[in-house]
Design a protein around this ligand. Structure first.
Ligand SMILES: NC(=O)c1ccc[n+]([C@@H]2O[C@H](COP(=O)([O-])OP(=O)(O)OC[C@H]3O[C@@H](n4cnc5c(N)ncnc54)[C@H](OP(=O)(O)O)[C@@H]3O)[C@@H](O)[C@H]2O)c1
Length: 258
């Protein structure tokens, strides 16, 4: 497929690189006004352009990764020259209904919520689509499964998906930073502390994803009765570890919905 991504910033670039590296059967075009900033991506066989309509007629899928206030202008440029295209939007707050209304019945609106780990084939990309666009929605699922996981969710949960998957990247990085700081305090240099902390989180996540189990079952495997792990865990909980994470996630969701 030809995939045309409009908005070569943080997210658009990550998705473009992810497709080029992990779904290389597809060809990617990536656009932004300052195209010089993404010129280096040509080395990955990504076509780079400052022109949003550059060979857009050949696109099978158009992906929007721009800020909400940039959507109107972009649609006014591309809609006159396209017909019968899947337009997948990662733009936060733009509902399928609103987008479908803007792009007309000739094109199909799909909503996606990837995160910047798409670049490493490790995004959790939530996908929503209308029932009548199941075929097109499933095309997006199959594309994003090459870049990580791609659960289909009820659109009502898209804000929650933004918090859990996109903001969640920052939350997970903050956990790693805290673990690393503790690592320095107990004797490691920062590089070694970072390597151990990041790989440990990756390993824990991999166990969960591969074994499809509940975290407590795996925690049980590493907590010896009277041991150091359960003592540390209980102390963290006394200091509000889970409570503060849950509270932070709910605050992010409130903020996004304001
Ligand atoms: N970052 C994330 O982790 C993440 C995750 C999920 C969803 N999102 C959503 O994805 C969208 C993009 O976020 P972002 O963080 O990637 O923002 P960003 O880094 O600011 O990227 C937006 C890009 O759009 C380009 N752009 C602006 N006007 C344009 C136009 N007329 N034609 C073509 N390109 C244009 C900008 O480049 P120029 O100025 O050079 O044109 C910029 O590089 C937002 O709606 C955000 O809510 C982001």
């Amino acid at each position: 497929m030809n995939i045309h991504i409009i908005g070569g910033g943080n997210l658009g670039t990550s998705v473009a690189i992810g497709i080029a590296k992990f779904s290389s059967k597809h060809h990617v075009t990536l656009t932004r006004r300052n195209a010089d900033k993404i010129k280096h991506l040509e080395a990955l066989s990504i076509t780079v352009s400052a022109n949003n309509t550059h060979r857009i007629q050949e696109a099978d899928i158009i992906i929007l990764t721009v800020k909400p206030y940039q959507v109107e202008l972009i649609l006014s440029e591309i809609l006159p020259v396209i017909n019968n295209k899947i337009i997948a939007s990662a733009v936060s707050g733009l509902s399928i209904e609103m987008l479908q209304d803007k792009i007309g019945a000739a094109n199909q609106a799909i909503r996606i919520m990837p995160n910047v780990a798409a670049q490493f084939g490790a995004s959790a990309t939530c996908v929503s689509y209308l029932e009548q666009h199941t075929e097109q929605g499933q095309k997006m699922v199959s594309l994003f499964k090459d870049l990580g996981t791609a659960p289909v969710i009820d659109e009502k949960l898209m804000d929650a998906a933004t918090v859990l998957a996109a903001s969640g990247t920052a939350f997970a990085l903050r956990y790693i930073r805290a673990s690393m700081q503790a690592g320095i305090e107990i004797g490691f240099d920062w590089q070694t502390a970072l390597e151990i902390s990041a790989q440990t989180v990756k390993g824990a996540a991999q166990m969960l994803l591969e074994e499809q189990t509940h975290p407590e079952q795996l925690i049980d495997r590493v907590t010896t009765p009277k041991g150091c792990t359960i003592a540390g865990l209980n102390d963290m909980e006394r200091h509000g570890f889970s409570a503060s994470l849950i509270s932070g996630i709910k605050t992010s969701l409130r903020q996004i919905q304001e």
